[in-house]
Design a protein around this ligand. Structure first.
Ligand code: APR
Length: 232
């Protein structure tokens, strides 16, 4: 296969094999009602330290896990192809596996910003340093995680849609496609380009759009995808 622009849309499922829980699976984060509140701007403003501690727990957990084979197989594709990853994940496992073009549309656990305005005073912050009430951003406002919380707008929406619309190959891995706008990205891939979805669950929406569904885990599915690329 000649050099292609391969665009991936990834979700929590690709990090499941690294030990990070998904949101809506049987043991998912969001199945426990209070977690949805903890990840909301209501909690950030009404119970600031409680919200910060929820993210401090997730930041500390991220420091203790590693990228898995699926992350590494995607990174290796960069040797022969242009690869863009649009991820809903706030972990840095794609980057740590070696991927060089990752667009985080829900923010990043490795960064902090100003409570005054989430798009300002953005900087890297050690995962193992808890963010506490009283910690200040450069603008003097309270420091907060650089995360798109429930109640906030998603970043880089138009950029992401552009990449999907112009992809030579589009691959969806490990997302239940229940949260918009990311869930709508599958409609933007050109109907004639090869489209794949890797997920052990049912993915009817993708199948109706002509996606080839590898109904398995991210790592097994990536191996099947690489085999399928040989036929393209
Ligand atoms: N390999 C691949 N996919 C997997 C695996 C695995 N090992 N394990 C689970 N999955 C699949 C599930 O079948 C499901 O389709 O991963 C998907 C996880 O779905 P969600 O938990 O809903 O996560 P995601 O789609 O990323 O959530 C999107 O919702 O609350 C927001 O900000 C949050 O970014 C998140 C967004």
């Amino acid at each position: 296969m000649t050099r292609q622009h391969i665009v991936f849309l990834t979700g929590a499922g690709i990090s499941a094999e690294s030990g990070l829980s998904t949101f809506r699976g049987k043991d998912g984060l969001w199945t426990k009602e209070e977690f949805q509140y903890l990840a909301s701007t209501d909690c950030l403003y009404e119970h600031t330290q409680k919200c910060l501690d929820f993210y401090n727990m997730r930041r500390k957990q991220l420091a203790e896990v590693e990228p898995n084979e699926a992350h590494r197989l995607i990174a290796e594709l960069e040797k022969e192809h242009e690869v863009t990853i649009i991820t809903q994940n706030v972990d840095n496992l794609h980057e740590r596996a070696g991927s060089s073009h990752v667009i985080h549309i829900h923010g990043e656990l490795t960064k902090v910003c100003s409570m005054n305005n989430r798009t300002t005073c953005v900087k890297e912050y050690p995962l193992t340093t808890p963010i506490m009430v009283g910690d200040k951003a450069e603008d003097g406002a309270q420091l907060r995680p650089y995360i798109v919380m429930f109640g906030e707008y998603v970043d880089s929406m138009n950029v992401a849609v552009d990449y999907v619309s112009n992809a030579d190959i589009f691959v969806v891995i490990g997302t239940s496609l229940q949260v918009y706008p990311a869930a709508g990205f599958i409609n933007y891939a050109h109907h004639l380009v090869p489209k794949f979805v890797i997920d052990p669950g049912e993915m009817e929406k993708c199948e109706q759009l002509g996606f080839t569904h590898f109904k398995t885990t991210a790592t097994e599915g990536m191996k099947m995808l690489i085999e399928a690329f040989k036929e393209l």
